[in-house]
Design a protein around this ligand. Sequence first.
Ligand SMILES: [Zn+2]
Length: 69
Amino acid sequence: MGSEKRCPDCGVPLEALKLRTGDGFTLQIHTNEPRPGLLGGLGMKETLTPTAHVCPECGLTRLYVEEDD
Ligand SMILES: [Zn+2]
């Protein structure tokens, strides 16, 4: 789909992992107002769920907000 994330240091694909707290709750990002750019393009949801992308080589972790479908 052309959306594969890669580690900028290692160049290997990042593994997508769901982020949860120790209590089992999913982390959420709350947006206060519509804004241009990525968040606007995602539909200006008020609650967003970040997905952690982890590099299997060096452990770099990045958070991306993606649409659930
Ligand atoms: Zn890496």
